[in-house]
Write a protein that binds this ligand. Structure first.
Ligand SMILES: NC(=O)C1=CN([C@@H]2O[C@H](COP(=O)(O)OP(=O)(O)OC[C@H]3O[C@@H](n4cnc5c(N)ncnc54)[C@H](OP(=O)(O)O)[C@@H]3O)[C@@H](O)[C@H]2O)C=CC1
Ligand SMILES: O=C([O-])CC(=O)C(=O)O
Length: 263
């Protein structure tokens, strides 16, 4: 299967390297049109294109590693072109209009949008639990201050000088979190989509100067009982915002789709 990646940042680098090592064929990179010549000049052994129309015909699968704008700008056209699409930009689906457009595009193109699990686990447990009554799902996302740089946390806290206690900078619904923090609250969206939805999932986002990892916690209760899940994830060397597991989950998602599972 020939694969194209959207984006050329921390997650895309990891995914490209791992896919190649594992014997998959990454044949193209889809970038903003004004970035194509710079990246092409770096001498990559794959096609660098600036639009979906320019993707080589033989590309069957596209992986979005470019964040919300990447999914919004290219997702519908990729799906309409009969290609499956895997994304880590789950929070973009909080926008109901985009979500509807992607569903229609997938129907039209007889293609599939696959959501990588990202930086969190235990989504299977939530999906099973919601078969019964789910009374409450709470998600807490804690990162070191540098992990929130460039997000609205920077307008509420002095992230470069934060010391001592952890500070909450957002409390609200998963929908609001995903929309306000496009680079930081994709996990909130993944939890919402696996459980009680964007509007009923409660979210708290915290900057903690005592942390060196990203810590994600889910609490849920309902007819099934009670459940707590916590993960401390190392971030990628190229981006202190993004957990390595988010990039790893893209590979795992693709290999589950293609049946290339290792038992
Ligand atoms: N599901 C999850 O758990 C997680 C999801 N994420 C999502 O993944 C995204 C990418 O993460 P990461 O790789 O660390 O981020 P980086 O900032 O390292 O890289 C983002 C890349 O995407 C490119 N890009 C952004 N917008 C567009 C666009 N409209 N068209 C083409 N290329 C675009 C950027 O290009 P340029 O340099 O030209 O801007 C850059 O190459 C995050 O923004 C976040 O939304 C991240 C972590 C966890
Ligand atoms: O990578 C992480 O730890 C989580 C993250 O940024 C997100 O949820 O968007």
């Amino acid at each position: 299967m020939k694969i194209a990646l959207i984006g050329n940042g921390a997650i895309a680098h990891f995914v490209k390297q791992q896919l190649t090592t594992r014997g998959h064929h990454v044949a193209a990179l889809l970038l903003r049109a004004d970035r194509v010549s710079d990246v092409a000049a770096e001498g990559q052994l794959l096609e660098i294109v600036g639009s979906v129309d320019e993707l080589p015909e033989e590309i069957e699968h596209v992986i979005d590693c470019a964040g919300h704008t990447g999914l919004r700008d290219y997702g519908p056209q990729v799906l309409r072109s009969h290609r499956d699409l895997t994304t880590v930009s789950i929070g973009a689906l909080a926008d109901e209009k985009l979500s509807g457009t992607l569903k229609e595009a997938a129907q039209e193109g007889e293609s599939c949008l696959h959501l990588a699990s990202g930086a969190i686990g235990a989504l299977d447990c939530l999906r099973a639990a919601r078969v019964g009554r789910l009374d409450c799902v709470r998600y807490t996302g804690c990162k070191p201050p540098e992990g929130w740089l460039g997000s609205p946390a920077g307008t509420k806290l002095d992230l470069n000088a934060l010391q001592g206690e952890a500070r909450t900078h957002f409390k609200g619904s998963a929908r609001a979190a995903a929309i306000e923090y496009p680079k930081n609250a994709n996990v909130a969206a993944a939890v919402a989509l696996s459980g009680v939805g964007f509007d009923r999932t409660e979210v708290e986002l915290i900057a903690d100067p005592n942390l060196s990892q990203n810590v994600h916690e889910i609490f849920a209760e309902g007819e099934f009982g009670e459940f707590r899940f916590q993960i401390s994830g190392h971030t990628l060397a190229d981006n202190p915002r993004s957990a390595a597991l988010a990039a790893m989950s893209v590979i795992s998602s693709l290999e589950q789709q293609t049946g290339r599972l290792v038992f």
